[in-house]
Design a protein around this ligand. Structure first.
Ligand SMILES: [Zn+2]
Length: 305
């Protein structure tokens, strides 16, 4: 008898709690969101999951990821070309392009977009650009590059005029490149000159002015002999620099002037280059003309058609 009374008391107490919570919820949701009140009350985790998969609508859910990204952007430790690398800030633009987002200035949105990309690739979809995710991006960028490194057939090479070059004194044998690569370069430069935002110095006939440095060719086809000479000059360039199997052997790789020291891989130099309008234009437009980047060298572009 005593037990039954206790049971009844417990049940009544439980009912009071349920009724109180329900009426509180009804009261608190009045005049606010049109969401069904019982959904948010009973299944909060389902609501959160639904929102996070919706991505950019709920940036606050990725606030912690955004905080991690703010640190890793400058400090993530990773290795490339046998060298220790620090952070991924030099690749902001390429990362944004890979994620196909214009929201890279909104940290929460970036993390949400990254999480969706990670999920697609079966990476941990936490919205944090860690080493795993970065190396996956690097692999993707590298796989988009020129695959055939066959040494250029001399019949396919043309010699460009010195006015196309950053160094107008450059010798004729160092001004060679594959024929279609040169034609595509000239089309791309015409488009760059026509873009008023770049404000490039140009001649009446639509060539880059002699005083204009941006988009001029720094280096094109390299013979085995010339590449060897470069390697002797900078023995510490490392495998990311003067590769033994250089794409420049094909005549389809062009180093273009995008600012700073033309071809210096120091982070401080690349930090200047990746912010120039010239580089940013190339990242957004070069693909239309058949050119793809080498992520590590902002100046190096390969004709992949
Ligand atoms: Zn190059």
């Amino acid at each position: 008898m005593k037990n039954i009374r206790v049971h009844i008391a417990v049940i009544v107490a439980a009912l009071v709690v349920v009724v109180t919570v329900a009426s509180f919820a009804a009261h608190s949701s009045r005049g606010q969101s049109p969401n069904p009140k019982n959904k948010s009350l009973v299944k909060p985790t389902v609501l959160v999951t639904t929102r996070s998969s919706a991505g950019a609508n709920a940036p606050s859910l990725f606030a912690a990821a955004a905080g991690r990204n703010a640190i890793l952007r400058n400090e993530l430790s990773w290795t490339f070309g046998g060298k220790q690398q620090h952070g991924w800030y030099l690749y902001d633009l390429l990362i944004g392009q890979t994620l196909n987002t214009q929201n890279d200035s909104v940290p929460g949105d970036f993390a949400a977009t990254l999480a969706a990309w990670q999920k697609n690739l079966r990476l941990n979809p936490d919205g944090v650009l860690d080493e795993d995710s970065l190396m996956t991006m690097v692999s993707k960028w590298q796989s988009n590059r020129l695959k055939n490194h066959t040494y250029a057939d001399p019949n396919e090479l043309v010699t460009a005029p010195s006015s196309d070059f950053y160094d107008p004194e450059r010798a004729a044998e160092l001004r060679q490149m594959e024929r279609n690569t040169y034609a595509a370069y000239k089309q791309m430069i015409a488009a760059a000159i026509a873009d008023p935002k770049l404000n490039l110095g140009h001649t009446a006939s639509g060539e880059l002015a002699s005083t204009e440095k941006y988009f001029k060719i720094v280096s094109a086809f390299r013979s085995h002999e010339y590449q060897e000479q470069l390697r002797r000059q900078s023995p510490n360039a490392g495998s990311a620099g003067l590769a033994v199997n250089s794409p420049h052997f094909t005549g389809r790789a062009l180093d273009l002037y995008v600012g700073g020291d033309p071809v210096d891989t120091k982070d401080s130099n690349r930090a200047i280059q990746v912010t120039t309008p010239a580089y940013q234009w190339l990242v957004r437009n070069a693909e239309r003309f058949g050119f793809r980047p080498y992520f590590y060298e902002p100046w190096h572009w390969e004709y992949v058609k």
